[in-house]
Design a protein around this ligand. Structure first.
Ligand code: MN
Length: 752
C-alpha cells in the first residue's frame, strides 16, 4: 500500500577522503554483503571460487580508481551485487561479474582465467571484454562492440545480463563523469541497453535505465516531472487509498492471499506520454497504476486472476479497448499479467495490473526467474526460440556493416511484438510494423520469395500490408515472382531482409557473368591479358570496390568502358592514364579545429565565426539550447540539440565524431524557429497573437498560418529569435492567452 518513490535526488559529490585502512574495511564490507546475498545459492566449494575471483580482481585493479575517487574494485563488487540481488543470477555469474573488467583493463589474461575457473567462465568473461582495436574509422566501434555482445549472447545469455548490470551501475554513478561522456553513455543506454533489458523481461532495470538516461539527456524535463510528481504525491496517495479501499474489502472476503498498492509510472514513460499525446503533465491521466499481486497455487493462477478482474469491474466500469490478456498469450519476453483500465472516482481512468507472485518475479527478474520456473511451464522454450531466431539471422547476416546490423537487430528483436495466425490457427510472433511479406518469410523463405499478395481475414491485401495483432493471414504465391530491391523497404524482420539480400546478390552474380565476358573480349582486343591484375586496374580506375560490381555495371551497360582507350598496354599489362589532378580546398581553420582532441570545447555562434557549421534541420537549435556538434563527412560541423530525435542514434553509433559545443553570447544574429499553437477559436485571437509577438516583444515573424474548424484553430508561427530565453518568454506570453496551447516545433522550420 506504500507508494514507492522513484524520484532520485542527485547526491552531492562527496570528496573521497577515507584512509587506506577505512578503505579496506569498506571493500570487505561490500564483499561480505555480496556473500550474504549469495549464501542460499552456495554449494560445496563455491565460496572458495568466489573468494579467488574477488582476490584476483582486487589485485588486478589495486592501483585503479573510479572517476569519483573511490577504489575501482567497488565497481565489480557492485555489478556482482546487482547480478545476484536484482537479476537473480547465481555463483558462476557472480564470479564473471567480479572479473568482468580484468581482461580488458588489467594484466590478467583469458588463459589465466580459464586455468583458474574453466572454459565456461572464461568464455563469458571474453564476451564481456570490449573490442579494443579500431579497425576502420568509418565503422563505429560502439556498434562493433554491441555486435560482439549479441554474438556471444546466443552462446550464453548471461553475458548480456552481466553487461546490463555493468551498464546499470555505470548509469547510477554517471554523475562523476564529464558532460559529453554522460551524453554519449546515456544515448547508448536508451538506444540499445534499455530495449535489451525490456526484451530480457527486466522491467525494473529497463525503467531505471530509461529514467537515468533521461536525467542526462533531457535534464530540464526530468527535473520538472520529478518535481511535479513529488508535489502531487500527497493528493495521489489519498486518491489511491480511496480507490483501493472497496477492492481490498472484497478481496479479503474471498480469503485470497494478496498485496495491493499504487505505483507511480516512471518519469520517462510520463514524458513519453506528454510528447506523444501532446498533453501537459496535468492531463496525463495515468500517472500511476494499481498493482494486485496474488499468492496463488500454480493450477489456480489464471482462474484467480480473472476472479479478481471480475471483482474490480463490479466496482468500477472498465474501458473495453484497454483489456490486455497476457495470461493466455504471454509476451515473448515472458511477461504475464492481466491489465485493465477502469473508471475510478472523480471520473479518472485508472490502470490495474493483476498478476501472481510468480509472474511478478518474472516481470522483475526476467530471464533468470524464468529459468527458475522453467520446469513445468507450458511455454518453456519461449527464450530458447528467441535465441534460436537470433542465431539463425546471425548466421546469414553479412558481417560488413555493423550499424545496419544494429538497426536491423533493434527492429526485429527489440521491438514490441504482435501475434498473428496462420490459416490453420498456428500463432506467429512478429515485431510490430511487420508486413504480409515478413509473415511470408517467417513461414518459409521459399514462400516469401514467391509471395505476390495475401489475404487477411479473407480480404485481399498487397505484400506491403502492415499486420495487426489477431490477423489471420493466408499467403498467395506465384512461381514467376522473385524478390526485388524495393522489397527491402517493405520488410522489417532481419530474416526476411537477409533472404532478400541473398536472392538479389544471386541475381546480380548471374547478370554479372555477361559483363565478365564483355570485359574479357575488350581486354584481349587491346592486346592485354584477362588477368586479375588487369581487372583490378580497371576496377580501381572506376573507383569500384569489387569485381562483382564492375562486371555487373558492364553487363547492365551502366559502364561503357570507353575510357579504356586512354590506357597503355605494356607487355600484357594495362597502365592507367595519368590522372588529372583535382585539388579540393579545405579551409585551414576548419582542419585545425577538428584535428584537436574530442574534449576540445568549440564555441560558435559569434558573428565573426571562423568555424564552418550548420544548424541541424531536424531539431533547429537556437542559442541557449543544450547542444552538441557532430562532425559530418561532407558538411563540416552540424549542431544538434541534445534532445534531438536523431541525437541518441548519432551519439550511440558515432560517439567518436561528437564534439562538445557551446553557444557564444550573441545578440546580432537571429535564428529561425517554429511554434505550434492550438486553441479555442475566438474573434481576434490572431490579432492578439501577432500583437504579442511583433508589438510587445518586437520579434520578427517570418510566417504565420492559422487554420480553424469545429471551434478550434491550429496555427504555425515561424519567428526569428536570438536565443532560448527570448523564445521561452514568447512561449510564456502566448500560453497566458486564454486556452492557448503552445509548443516548439522539433521539425524542420523551413518546411512549416
Ligand atoms: Mn565495468
Amino acid at each position: 500500500m506504500t507508494e514507492e518513490t522513484i524520484i532520485q535526488e542527485t547526491t552531492p559529490l562527496v570528496k573521497y577522503t577515507l584512509s587506506p585502512e577505512q578503505e579496506k574495511k569498506e571493500i570487505l564490507r561490500h564483499y561480505r554483503a555480496l556473500l550474504g546475498s549469495l549464501r542460499p545459492k552456495l554449494k560445496k566449494g563455491d565460496r572458495e571460487l568466489v573468494r579467488t575471483a574477488f582476490e584476483i580482481s582486487v589485485e588486478a585493479h589495486k592501483t585503479m580508481r573510479r572517476k569519483s575517487g573511490e577504489p575501482y574494485i567497488l565497481h565489480p563488487l557492485a555489478v556482482a551485487m546487482i547480478c545476484v540481488e536484482e537479476i537473480g543470477l547465481g555463483v558462476r555469474s557472480t564470479i564473471c561479474a567480479l572479473l568482468h573488467d580484468t581482461v580488458e583493463d588489467t594484466d590478467v589474461t583469458l588463459e589465466e582465467i580459464q586455468d583458474e575457473f574453466g572454459v565456461e567462465i572464461a568464455k563469458i568473461v571474453d564476451g564481456l571484454t570490449k573490442i579494443s582495436s579500431v579497425m576502420d574509422t568509418n565503422t563505429s566501434l560502439q556498434a562493433e562492440n554491441f555486435k560482439k555482445i549479441l554474438l556471444t549472447l546466443t552462446d550464453d545469455p548471461r553475458v548480456i545480463l552481466i553487461k546490463l548490470a555493468d551498464r546499470l551501475h555505470n548509469m547510477r554513478t554517471l554523475d562523476s563523469m564529464k558532460k559529453e561522456k554522460q551524453l554519449k553513455i546515456s544515448s547508448e543506454t536508451v538506444w540499445v541497453y534499455a530495449p535489451l533489458a525490456h526484451r530480457m523481461g527486466l522491467y525494473t532495470i529497463k525503467t531505471e535505465l530509461e529514467d537515468l538516461s533521461m536525467k542526462y539527456l533531457e535534464t530540464d524535463a526530468y527535473k520538472e516531472i520529478a518535481k511535479r510528481l513529488s508535489e502531487t504525491k500527497r493528493e495521489r496517495t489519498r486518491y489511491i487509498n480511496e480507490f483501493i479501499r472497496p477492492l481490498k474489502e472484497k478481496l479479503e472476503a474471498t480469503g485470497f492471499n494478496f498485496e495491493i498498492y499504487g505505483r507511480p509510472k516512471s518519469i520517462h514513460s510520463i514524458w513519453n506520454k506528454i510528447k506523444k499525446k501532446a498533453v501537459t503533465f496535468d492531463e496525463v491521466y495515468d500517472l500511476f497504476a494499481i498493482r494486485i499481486i496474488l499468492d496463488a497455487p500454480p493450477e489456480k493462477e489464471k482462474e484467480q486472476c480473472w476472479k479478481v478482474y471480475s471483482m474490480i469491474t463490479d466496482e468500477y466500469n472498465p474501458s473495453p479497448e484497454r483489456l490486455r490478456d497476457w495470461l493466455s498469450n504471454p509476451k515473448s519476453n515472458g511477461y504475464e499479467a492481466l491489465h485493465t483500465t477502469v473508471m475510478g472516482p472523480l471520473g479518472k481512468w485508472v490502470e490495474v495490473q493483476i498478476r501472481t507472485k510468480r509472474m511478478n518475479e518474472i516481470a522483475e527478474k526476467g530471464l533468470a526467474a524464468h529459468y527458475k520456473y522453467k520446469e513445468g511451464s507450458s511455454d518453456e522454450d519461449r527464450f530458447d526460440k528467441w535465441f534460436g531466431q537470433i542465431r539463425e539471422v546471425l548466421a546469414q547476416e553479412d558481417t560488413d556493416d555493423s550499424i545496419n546490423f544494429l538497426n536491423d537487430f533493434k527492429t526485429s528483436f527489440l521491438a514490441e511484438e504482435i501475434y498473428v495466425y496462420t490459416p490453420k490457427g498456428e500463432v506467429k510472433m512478429l515485431p510490430k510494423g511487420s508486413t504480409a511479406l515478413d509473415f511470408a518469410f517467417s513461414v518459409h523463405s521459399e514462400i516469401g520469395s514467391h509471395c505476390i499478395g495475401a489475404k487477411v481475414h479473407h480480404k485481399l491485401v498487397p505484400i506491403s500490408h502492415k499486420l495487426r495483432s489477431g490477423d489471420q493471414i493466408e499467403i498467395i504465391t506465384s512461381n514467376k515472382q522473385k524478390p526485388t530491391e524495393d522489397w527491402l523497404g517493405i520488410v522489417v524482420t532481419a530474416k526476411a531482409k537477409a533472404k532478400i539480400k541473398d536472392s538479389l546478390k544471386e541475381d546480380k552474380r548471374k547478370t554479372a557473368e555477361d559483363g565478365k565476358y564483355i570485359l574479357q573480349r575488350k581486354l584481349e582486343g587491346m592486346g592485354a591479358s584477362y588477368s586479375n591484375y588487369n581487372i583490378d586496374e580497371v576496377m580501381s580506375f572506376y573507383k569500384l570496390s569489387s569485381q562483382l560490381d564492375l562486371f555487373y555495371l558492364i553487363a547492365t551497360k551502366s559502364l561503357d568502358l570507353k575510357e579504356l582507350k586512354d590506357f597503355n598496354v605494356l607487355g600484357d599489362k594495362l597502365e592507367p592514364p595519368k590522372p588529372k589532378i583535382v585539388v579540393t580546398e579545405v579551409p585551414t581553420e576548419y582542419q585545425k579545429q577538428y584535428s584537436k582532441k574530442d574534449s576540445e570545447l568549440i564555441i560558435f555562434g559569434e558573428s565573426s565565426d571562423k568555424i564552418m557549421y550548420t544548424l541541424a534541420k531536424c531539431c533547429n537549435p537556437i542559442p541557449g539550447d543544450a547542444v552538441f556538434g557532430f562532425v559530418s563527412t561532407g558538411k563540416g560541423l552540424i549542431i544538434h540539440r541534445t534532445n534531438c530525435p536523431n541525437a541518441a542514434q548519432l551519439m550511440a553509433n558515432y560517439g567518436h565524431r561528437v564534439v562538445k559545443t557551446k553557444w557564444a553570447k550573441n545578440k546580432e544574429i537571429s535564428f529561425l524557429t517554429g511554434l505550434k499553437v492550438v486553441g479555442v477559436d475566438d474573434v481576434g485571437v490572431v490579432n492578439k497573437i501577432t500583437n504579442i509577438i511583433s508589438g510587445e516583444l518586437k520579434i520578427n515573424i517570418a510566417a504565420l498560418t492559422i487554420e480553424s474548424g469545429d471551434g478550434l484553430f491550429e496555427g504555425t508561427i515561424k519567428v526569428f529569435v536570438h536565443d532560448k530565453e527570448e523564445l521561452e518568454e514568447l512561449v510564456e506570453r502566448l500560453r497566458a492567452l486564454q486556452g492557448l496551447k503552445v509548443d516548439r516545433f522539433d521539425t524542420d522550420a523551413s518546411k512549416l
